[in-house]
Design a protein around this ligand. Structure first.
Ligand code: PEP
Ligand code: MG
Length: 316
């Protein structure tokens, strides 16, 4: 009986009425995989590959070294989904050999996909390493680009993936308000969206994520951020495509319910948060999550949005 309870506690993410919301893990490399498996993650929703690049300040790791690390993560989720994010260098994650040293405002500078489009050999090396790593594995590989601003960015990334001969789904992270506002146009080029709510908050509220004094403006409960999440999720639904969240917002159990109510199709988070999000989601129906989402969006501030959602979800 206890075993059954433990198994149920590790089952797939779903609302109490059975609306499935896959719960995925954020990982930085093979070392994070055991915790993800232990938490019952249904796959990886964000593999932050930049950690592999931190050892050498002069060049990218060899294709062999990259392929080995990617394969170790892919092998851990047979039949599962693994979403690999290509290198997100710059701003809060500068790399000496790629990031311009003299930018006046690195968060608004050459970072993420912008860096990779300036260094196509680094992007091709990474995509080819991924193709090698995935060969022969039954995993559903998905590859996404950070910091996609518009349809042209999404197209450039999709073209690079095709050039590398990668057999995977290609996606775009939504971290810049322009990409959320024009999500439908971005989706003409890629097959899925993943909301990076940490950066999306930074760019929506013009509040540097590294400045602690601005934490009020980094709060993912802010209704303007919820509006952008809804815009992206609705666009994906209209296109018949998926739209996950892989920012910190997904790890807040109450906010996870609200995101579900906004139409988000999967949630990816640090492994330690998965059991808490799974338990909270299982307490509410999809309709309740939708009502909580509407109440949060109708609020005037982050704290009020949280209180409004809490009132809806606990009053039932
Ligand atoms: C984000 O911006 O929300 C995100 C998931 O990416 P990172 O935190 O690595 O910038
Ligand atoms: Mg980001």
């Amino acid at each position: 009986e206890r075993k059954a309870a433990v198994e149920a506690a590790k089952g797939p993410g779903a609302t109490s009425d059975g609306h499935k919301v896959p719960l995925l893990a954020n990982v930085g490399g093979p070392a994070d995989v055991p915790a993800a498996v232990e938490a019952g993650a249904e796959g990886v929703g964000l593999f932050r590959t930049e950690f592999l690049f931190l050892d050498d300040s002069e060049r990218a790791p060899s294709q062999e070294k990259q392929a080995e690390a990617y394969r170790q993560v892919l092998e851990a989720f047979p039949e599962g989904r693994v979403v690999v994010r290509v290198l997100d260098a710059g701003a809060d994650k500068p790399l000496d050999f790629l990031t311009p040293a003299d930018e006046p405002n690195p968060a608004l500078g050459v970072r993420g996909l912008r860096t990779l489009l300036d260094h196509p050999e680094v992007l091709q090396g990474q995509l080819r390493a991924l193709a090698v790593a995935a060969e022969g594995l039954p995993v559903y590989l998905e590859v996404m680009a950070p910091m996609v601003a518009d349809r042209a960015d999404a197209r450039a990334f999709a073209e690079a993936c095709r050039e590398a001969g990668l057999s995977a789904k290609f996606g775009a992270m939504v971290e810049i308000p322009s990409a959320a506002l024009r999500a439908r146009s971005v989706l003409q080029e890629v097959e899925f969206l993943s909301l990076g709510t940490n950066d999306l908050a930074q760019y929506t509220f013009a509040a540097d994520r590294q400045v602690g004094a601005l934490s009020r403006l980094q709060d993912p409960w802010q209704p303007a951020l919820l509006d952008l999440v809804a815009t992206a999720a609705e666009a994906a639904a209209a296109e018949g495509k998926s739209c996950g969240v892989c920012g910190e917002a997904a790890s807040d159990p109450l906010l996870a319910c609200v995101l579900t109510g906004l139409g988000v199709t999967s949630l990816s988070m640090g492994s330690s948060a998965i059991p808490f999000v799974r338990a909270q989601l299982a307490k509410h129906t999809l309709a309740q999550c939708e009502r909580a989402a509407a109440a949060a969006r109708a609020a005037e501030s982050g704290p009020e949005a949280r209180a409004a959602a809490q009132a809806v979800l606990s009053g039932e």
